[in-house]
Ligand binder design. Sequence first.
Ligand code: HAM
Length: 414
Amino acid sequence: MIQAPKGTRDIFGAEAETFSRLETIARRVFDRYQFKEVRTPLFESADLFSRTLGATSDVVEKEMFTFADRGGRVFALRPEGTAGVVRHFLEQKLFVKGGVHRLYYAGAMFRAERPQAGRYRQFFQIGSEHFGDPSPAADTDTIVLVSKILRDFGVKEVTLQINSLGSDECRRKYRKVLSSYLEKRKKDLTEESRKRMTVNPLRVLDSKIDGPKLKDAPALAGYLLPGDAAHYKTVLSLLTEAGLPYEENPRLVRGLDYYTRTVFEFVSPQLGAQNAVAAGGRYDRLVKDLGGPDTPAVGFALGMDRLVSLLTQKQSDFSNRNISRLAVVAPLVEEGLRPAFRIAHQLREQGISAPPVMVRRKIKNILSLAVEMNANWAILIGEDELASRKATVKDLSTRDQTQVEFDEVARSLT
Ligand code: HAM
């Protein structure tokens, strides 16, 4: 039997409803912050990702799904959204208009990772990118926006971790100091960390295995330039202003290479190893690195699969079915199909949900189906009803039953 590819899955039923609800909530929040939607292609030139995410990042080194078209051009399924949005920003020359540009996106991302709980090869992100604003307020606004989405969605137990990676200049100095520190500890480190030591020593501190062994490593905070330190301080004070608690994590470095200054993650203690539900930060040099003018930017992405699973774990009210009212209209005989079809149509016109009409001969089956669907009413049309031209309307919460003229049914329930 053909199965879904490893690391992918079908999302259906209550989980699909929760995915949609999360998207609806996020769109509402983006609208409140005046972000506009952008839908970029699911695949891009592979170069775009190696130039943005860093040739030595895990994502580019071993997790991209790349393929060549018939002309030999090499593409990759997008492993994240930022690169495509920056490409859009440049291609549409949004910088010519000046000012700030706030864009958001929602959709599938692809990484050839080893699948495990909360880690998929096709997963879904919602994210935003805010171009043209160097102010620390833009960093804090992005963070507060994420927390608003999480709260509106009903996720409470998350911790915001935050750090500053400073600018390129201070990181260059710090890398030198850190490299010589790591050189002395080389024999204690895993093979992976030794490799990272030369290409991106900051990520060694982030390692789950080696990180705890390196408690006395020099801290990046000591190397922040005055401008970087002041920026970070303002971000933190604005978070306090917004009433959002945070934890400073001096080891938070992120796995993608484009970040400068502020980086953050929202983590959930309920999620095990893959505990980040949303993450992001500032990336002030990326637009320029890709050939555009100097443009500061800050953004984030949240992992929809992980967030939805948090609500499933808590078994909270998954669907919003009860919000809209529902009637099951059932003809008991073939001749009842026409009036039933008409009543169902009128109900939907009046804003009451009704599934497509089907002839069902057993009242017991109709009622149990209606209860299973959480319906408010069952509307039955059998021989007697056809003769009197009155439907039997059964209220499923009170069990009351009334006879209502066919064309009055919809109106009587609204
Ligand atoms: P990221 O940390 O790679 O950042 O991913 C953001 C979120 O996507 C993670 O916190 C996680 O919830 C979810 N995620 C990542 N990989 C997987 C996976 N294999 N399976 C399930 N969920 C996953 C970014 O992607 C950046 N583009 C964020 C950003 C935007 N920074 C600036 N602007």
